[in-house]
Design a protein around this ligand. Sequence first.
Ligand SMILES: Nc1ncnc2c1ncn2[C@@H]1O[C@H](COP(=O)(O)OP(=O)(O)OP(=O)(O)O)[C@@H](O)[C@H]1O
Ligand SMILES: [Mg+2]
Length: 281
Amino acid sequence: MTINRSETFFLCEFPILDSLENKTSLSEHEEQLLRRAERAEKALIQSEKLAAVGRLASSISHEINNPLEAVTNLLYLALNHEPLPPAARHYLETAQKELARVSQIATQSLRFHRQTMHPNRIDPAELIDSILGLYHGRFANSTIQVVCKYRSTRRVLCFENDIRQVLNNLIANAADAMRQGGRLMLSSHDGTDWKTGRSGVRITVADTGHGMSAEVKKRIFEAFYTTKEVHGTGLGLWIAHGIVARHHGSLTLKSSQKAGCNGTVFTLFLPDKQNPSKPAQ
Ligand SMILES: Nc1ncnc2c1ncn2[C@@H]1O[C@H](COP(=O)(O)OP(=O)(O)OP(=O)(O)O)[C@@H](O)[C@H]1O
Ligand SMILES: [Mg+2]
């Protein structure tokens, strides 16, 4: 898959484009440049907004922790307050479980935004589960069935937040493709990249969604390419591609729209003996 490098080049050319805006008539090529500049500008504003929302989410998660801890302790005390009618015990235990979930979501959101400077070894199953935790509510209220098969024995050396971001986008895309319901299958197993002979871990995210046409498949790794109109920025897979390249891995896909075998499978391969390059700050 190739990334459209001209988009990156193009962002640096804003001053030239400013002068184009003052011209009374534009050639087709100039008009094309202007349209692309507008698109790039919109995407930049959007990503600024996303960054601000991310920072806000982190501080909310941080602030939530203190009252959460207080309520968790109060529930613990109430549960040990004998005698307790069975119904009250049941309610308190349910409250305790739900609260544990809130606490998990808060911790995950914090982890998501913390950028580390060094890669670390992590169990792929742990990575996938941490993302699934964020989707618990969405999947519980939908007709999407989630099936996980973790068979990998290796821990992968990676920038975990970056790989979380990749998996988060793959899972979000799969969910978006199954608005009418379906099956989301997540698996991890040890594998070898036959092209290079390197060993590592293969993580697959498969869905039984609407699949992609050949035309869409060709373009999904391009920056700003989306079929979701205002609901997508089209940056998810483009960013994922960059992250995977820095990890010396690969991200491949198979997709079909044929009725009965419709769906998409993304395979992420991460080698286990190669140091990933640092993320850009
Ligand atoms: N699992 C999938 N099933 C069907 N189509 C998919 C799937 N994953 C990706 N696509 C297609 O690839 C396009 C690009 O995906 P990408 O993640 O880069 O952007 P997006 O999801 O549209 O927007 P964003 O990720 O910024 O919210 C999507 O708009 C969609 O058309
Ligand atoms: Mg996406």
